[in-house]
Design a protein around this ligand. Structure first.
Ligand code: AMP
Ligand code: ZN
Length: 113
């Protein structure tokens, strides 16, 4: 996906503040943080959105959530945090590469929508 911003970040073509990387997963700090800790966790393989998760690629989602737990510990989020996925236009997705937001470091607003 040559025109995908997050594929370019994974490839190192666009700089990011990396916080975690393994064989399957890449994670970096959001450029416009909505909380004291705001990290984006994504599969290295390009999947456009949560709507395209199926039996062929769901292992990558599991790997993302394994990474979420590691990152949360590394970031000191001992009192909890929120994991968010925005899917499609109504969900507010702006970058069409599946990613999970880790938000934490403060008591988050209880509003979900
Ligand atoms: P979403 O709206 O769920 O698609 O989330 C996309 C997120 O990517 C937003 O929170 C942006 O602030 C973030 N973002 C966009 N460009 C960059 C970038 N170059 N580096 C880090 N985060 C970015
Ligand atoms: Zn991509």
């Amino acid at each position: 996906m040559n025109d995908c911003l997050f594929c370019k970040i994974i490839a190192g073509e666009i700089p990011s503040t990396k916080v975690y990387e393994d064989e399957y997963v890449f994670a970096f700090r959001d450029i416009n943080p909505q909380a004291p800790v705001h990290v984006l966790v994504l599969p290295k393989e390009h999947i456009c959105c949560a709507d395209k998760i199926d039996e062929t690629n769901s292992m990558l989602v599991a790997k993302c959530f394994e990474a979420v737990a590691k990152i949360a510990k590394a970031e000191g989020l001992t009192n909890g945090y929120r994991v968010v996925n925005n899917c499609g236009a109504d969900g507010g997705q702006t970058v069409k590469h599946l990613h999970f937001h880790i938000l934490g470091g403060k008591k988050l607003d209880e509003t979900m929508a």
